[in-house]
Write a protein that binds this ligand. Structure first.
Ligand code: SF4
Ligand code: SF4
Length: 367
């Protein structure tokens, strides 16, 4: 593959940036989808509690050279409730009979209120999304892929609603992502790969699907995220990192335009606490990333999004806010590593990060 081994293919997605990898390997990616189609590989995509933005994110992947691959992906989709032509009983029949090779999950599952998410009906009775999930996961032969932060860790549907819900996650529907769903009902027997984000990054999904079709399941971390794309703190590759180092911070949201030459930490940028390749890969075919466009990172790739990242436009006063029990089980270790990474960076720079306490820097230095 353009001089890359198949295993290097997925790894290079994180190092080179997914867009660059897609561009360099587009012929092989198109071929992978074509071969999958010819071999009758079935991809099933179901949507639970979601806004469909993850589907839109994929369908609007705008690299014209990848058009064929995306078209092939569409052709190969046995079921996708947003883009498929069959509807009604015909669509439900497909879902009943299909044995997916790859199952893509979009959106959260309301396990505290099953009737909050229905998909079709049988004999006049609505069918719970949760029941489809259990049925399809058990029939999936190759891999289950969660796309978007709602599908993976609960995201917006699992956020606290302020209504005093008694459900442990705080959401009125008891929504969870598949990370928690699999903990409750058992992990699938096939590999699981999660690509969080609000929405998920289309290039990363293409890389992961192509990789699986080529026979390589990406190596994942404890949250089932591909290590190639989720091993580095976003902040470390931010185009504004130089301003952070020089202590040039935007005082408010009127100072985020590029002309002010500011870092967005003090207006709430959460990128120092989030692992993802956003700054390397960027979005819209590698054109830009949130911070570069003047928008503080809101941490949409993080397992604790949005609650753990709120309020979005306020700097964290204390690292303690990042610890504690997480509705989507945000790991102390991962966050601790992020915090220590920031502290280490501050130490290297000879100055204290705005939210790092002195004792935390000492801990970092001793390591
Ligand atoms: S805090 Fe945010 S804006 Fe500032 S350098 Fe880090 S990632 Fe970039
Ligand atoms: S930079 Fe932050 S807000 Fe932007 S896509 Fe990445 S995690 Fe989400």
């Amino acid at each position: 593959m353009s001089g890359l081994s198949r295993r290097d293919f997925i790894k290079s997605a994180g190092l080179m940036g997914a867009s660059a990898v897609l561009l360099a390997n587009k012929a092989e990616i198109v071929q992978a989808f074509e071969t999958a189609k010819n071999n009758g590989v079935k991809l099933v995509w179901i949507q639970g509690q979601s806004c469909t933005a993850c589907t839109i994110s994929l369908l609007q992947a705008d690299n014209p050279d990848l058009y064929d691959a995306i078209e092939e992906l569409k052709v190969n989709v046995a079921f996708h409730q947003t883009v498929m032509q069959p509807f009604g009983d015909e669509a439900i029949k497909i879902l009943e009979e299909v044995e997916p090779d790859i199952l893509v999950l979009e959106g959260a599952i309301p396990i505290g209120m099953k009737e909050a998410c229905l998909l079709g009906e049988k004999n006049g009775q609505p069918i719970y999304f949760e029941d489809w999930v259990k049925q399809l996961v058990s029939k999936t032969k190759v891999a289950v892929v969660g796309f978007g932060v709602c599908a993976t860790y609960g995201g917006i549907p699992a956020a606290k609603d302020g209504l005093g819900s008694s459900y442990e996650n705080g959401s009125v529907t008891g929504a969870v992502g598949f990370y928690d769903f699999f903990k409750k009902y058992g992990k699938p027997s096939v590999p699981v790969v999660f690509i969080p984000g609000c929405p998920g990054h289309p290039d990363w999904l293409m890389i992961v699907l192509a990789s699986i079709l080529l026979g390589i399941v990406p190596e994942v971390d404890e949250y089932y995220r591909p290590k190639a794309m989720f091993s580095r703190i976003i902040h470390d590759n931010c185009p504004r990192r130089g301003y952070y180092g020089k202590g040039q911070f935007a005082a408010d949201l009127t100072e985020t335009d590029a002309k002010y030459e500011t870092c967005l930490y003090k207006v709430g940028c959460k990128a120092p606490f989030v692992y993802a390749a956003c700054a390397e890969t960027r979005w819209n075919s590698g054109l830009n990333v949130c911070m570069n466009a003047g928008a503080p990172c809101i941490g949409c790739m993080d397992p604790g999004f949005p609650d753990k990242m709120s309020p979005f436009y306020e700097a964290r006063e204390s690292t303690e806010i990042m610890f504690g029990v997480n509705p989507t089980t945000l790991g102390k270790v991962a966050v601790g590593a992020a915090v220590l990474g920031v502290a280490a960076h501050a130490v290297r720079r000879g100055r204290k990060h705005p939210e790092i306490k002195d004792d935390e820097i000492e801990k970092t230095e001793k390591k």
